[in-house]
Ligand binder design. Structure first.
Ligand SMILES: Cc1cc2nc3c(=O)[nH]c(=O)nc-3n(C[C@H](O)[C@H](O)[C@H](O)COP(=O)(O)OP(=O)(O)OC[C@H]3O[C@@H](n4cnc5c(N)ncnc54)[C@H](O)[C@@H]3O)c2cc1C
Ligand SMILES: C[S@@+](CC[C@H](N)C(=O)[O-])C[C@H]1O[C@@H](n2cnc3c(N)ncnc32)[C@H](O)[C@@H]1O
Length: 586
């Protein structure tokens, strides 16, 4: 069992562990899948070819397949292995080590029937993944060209020198596509120099917290250079500060990215494996003009501006953050409301009809187009933040419920985690931030929040070009596969219907009826709408409408209560909090 609670195996032939004893799962994700940029590519729907030297326990394969499945992006994975492990050995790892269920079961079943004669090659196609395994000494085999990433993952050069020769490393470099990357846990000077002299740009990057201090990243130059986010303010750096963030919703993810950009070493813990909290909402509006008065506070306007600035930044770094600054349409309930709204700066008044509302929404009294508004494909946004954080050395600890905090003599905090799933944690942090959303109070310190439940209906069909805000909101669903929907059909989400509990939240039929009243009378698509799924979630609201950002104890912070505007405000509030820490407020 490694330190992050994930099991690994030891090779009888080489006398070395297949993965780091400091965290098998986190090494796989941090060094290879995120570190190489493969996760970011797949999350951005860019088909990707990976070459792996040393398939071993297939952990890197499983973690890569998980991202390909989540985003339905083609992944070609070519691996060499001259000492193939058996299906039972692979199956002895934790359940999701081999990727999503469909992939794991197909892989294990195929493995049971494979001929393991040296020189044999096996192919397996499952969902978006095409796997080619060559049972051969990597040195003797033919390699694919134009590879997007090489996972250089032999055993250490001491026991497995043949995978680290100048010749093999030169071959790695020459089989990369322009812009292709190499990832490895090994940072030996000789290995770095060999890759450099083969024309690659080579860097030592921070390793997984609790694991190796530095890991290797190399890249074949291309005309298109990746823009990494500049630090927020180099003069106020958080370099050397270790921060634990508990909760991987939009609050925690935003804070993690802002903090790593300021130089902090960050680990993000979440009880679940996916987007379990309110941030799992299938589509989110970014709409600063809210309420019946259609007013925008300065913070909401600033929040929208920072959200779109982050989107540009993430896009510049080669990620697809799923951000659509399309503007948002609001139809007025009466002419008085329309007149009030027409005075709002940053909003474009329109109507009343027959002047058409933008995007053919029905607006008999007119309304406004919120120019600074738009919508976000929430899962792309969260994965882009996760990848950008990992690229700055952040570590992810999914499926790790935090059960308590213990002060450390001399300063800092230990996190207590549920050892049944994650193993004991020995890490110490200078700062811990609780981003727990509407999770009920447990052993962790907690501020008072009210839980507000809401419903989102997922409907097959097209929407007018711009999303709608009003009694209900409507926006496209950017990642239908994440919600079990057919990715080849168009989908939109209708949200609203808030209640005190999940049972009280309005049902899909009511939401659709309200939406239908907002659409043009003819032609209407309403007859063709079918609700295929309903998502329900609970968000946290503080005693006032503002987000709660508070120090609970020295080094322990609360960051939450974003109510219905997490995607509007989290970027701004995260930057503000990091600025406060950098000024010494920890
Ligand atoms: C129906 C509905 C529609 C919405 N529409 C919009 C919209 O259009 N635009 C918009 O901006 N916002 C919208 N929101 C609001 C938005 O979703 C929230 O403001 C935001 O998601 C809150 O993010 P968070 O990170 O604070 O909380 P969450 O996303 O709830 O994240 C909290 C995380 O903490 C984790 N956690 C809890 N306890 C522990 C523990 N002990 N250890 C480890 N992890 C733990 C949970 O697993 C969870 O992942 C909507 C919300 C709902 C419910
Ligand atoms: C550190 S392990 C790889 C771990 C693996 N990537 C994972 O995710 O679990 C190294 C692997 O490289 C294999 N290997 C070592 N030398 C090799 C060679 N010359 N050709 C092919 N495979 C080799 C070993 O058998 C072993 O499975």
């Amino acid at each position: 069992m490694s330190d992050d609670g994930s099991p690994s195996l030891v090779s009888a032939r080489y006398g070395e562990g297949y993965r780091s004893r400091h965290g098998a799962r986190s090494e796989s994700w941090h060094v290879f899948v995120a570190g190489s940029g493969v996760a970011a590519r797949l999350a951005s729907a860019i088909p990707t070819t990976v070459l792996e030297l040393g398939l071993g326990t297939a952990r890197n394969l499983g973690a890569s397949a998980a991202v390909a499945f989540a985003f339905d992006t083609p992944l070609r994975y070519v691996a060499f292995e001259h000492d193939l492990l058996g299906a039972d050995e692979w199956a002895s790892l934790e359940r999701d080590a081999l990727g999503p269920h469909a992939f794991r079961s197909a892989l294990l079943e195929a493995r049971r029937s494979w001929d393991t004669t040296p020189g044999t090659r096996h192919t397996l196609c499952v969902g978006p993944v095409t796997l080619e395994i060559h049972l051969a000494d990597a040195r003797a085999a033919t390699w694919p060209r134009g590879v997007d990433a090489v996972y250089l993952d032999g055993f250490s050069p001491t026991v497995n020198p043949e995978l680290w020769t100048d010749e093999v490393l030169g071959r790695v470099a020459s089989h990369l596509a322009p812009g292709g990357t190499v990832a490895s846990y090994c940072v030996q000077g000789r290995v770095r120099r060999a890759l450099e002299s083969a024309g690659l740009r080579v860097e030592k990057r921070p390793g997984p917290p609790g694991g190796k201090r530095e890991v290797l990243w190399a890249r074949r130059p291309s005309e298109r250079t990746t823009v990494a986010g500049p630090p927020l303010d180099p003069a106020r750096s958080l370099a050397g500060t270790r921060i634990a963030i508990v909760g991987a919703g939009v609050a925690g993810r935003s804070l993690a990215w802002a903090a790593t950009r300021a130089g902090a070493t960050v680990a993000v813990f979440d009880a679940s494996d996916g987007h379990a909290g309110a941030s799992g909402v299938p589509a989110a509006l970014v709409n600063p003009y809210r309420g019946r008065a259609g007013r925008a506070s300065d913070d909401d306007l600033h929040g929208a501006e920072r959200t779109w600035a982050w989107a540009a930044h993430l896009t510049g770094a080669g990620l697809d953050p799923g951000a659509h600054p399309t503007g948002v349409v609001r139809g007025a309930d009466g002419s008085r409301q329309a007149r009030t709204w027409s005075a709002r700066p940053g909003a474009l008044p329109f109507g009343p009809e027959p002047t058409p509302a933008p995007g053919r929404w029905r607006a008999p009294h007119g309304g406004m187009l919120v120019r600074r508004g738009g919508w976000i494909d929430t899962s792309r946004w969260l994965v882009a933040l996760r990848c950008a954080t990992a690229a700055h050395g952040g570590l992810d600890r999914p499926a790790t419920p935090v059960t308590g905090l213990a002060p450390v003599a001399g300063g800092g905090w230990h996190l207590q985690v549920d050892s049944a799933t994650a193993g004991p944690s020995v890490d110490t942090y200078d700062l811990v931030t609780l981003c727990l959303g509407a999770s009920p109070p447990g052993a962790l310190p907690h501020l008072p929040v009210t839980a507000v439940a809401g419903t989102v209906a997922l409907v097959a069909g097209h929407l007018p070009a711009r999303p709608l805000a009003g009694a209900v909101y409507a926006a496209p669903v950017g990642s239908p596969a994440r919600h079990g929907l057919d990715p080849l059909r168009p989908w939109f989400a209708v949200g609203g219907g808030h209640g005190d509990s999940l049972e009280d939240a309005e049902g899909a039929a009511g939401l659709l009826a309200t939406l239908a009243r907002s659409l043009p009378a003819a032609p209407t698509a309403a007859d063709e709408w079918t609700v295929s799924a309903t998502w329900r979630g609970v968000r946290a609201r503080g005693p006032d409408p503002q987000p709660q950002v508070e120090r609970l104890a020295p080094g322990v912070w609360w960051f939450g209560a974003f109510a219905g505007r997490g995607f509007l405000r989290a970027a701004l509030e995260a930057e503000r909090l990091v600025e406060r820490w950098a000024r010494g407020a920890a």
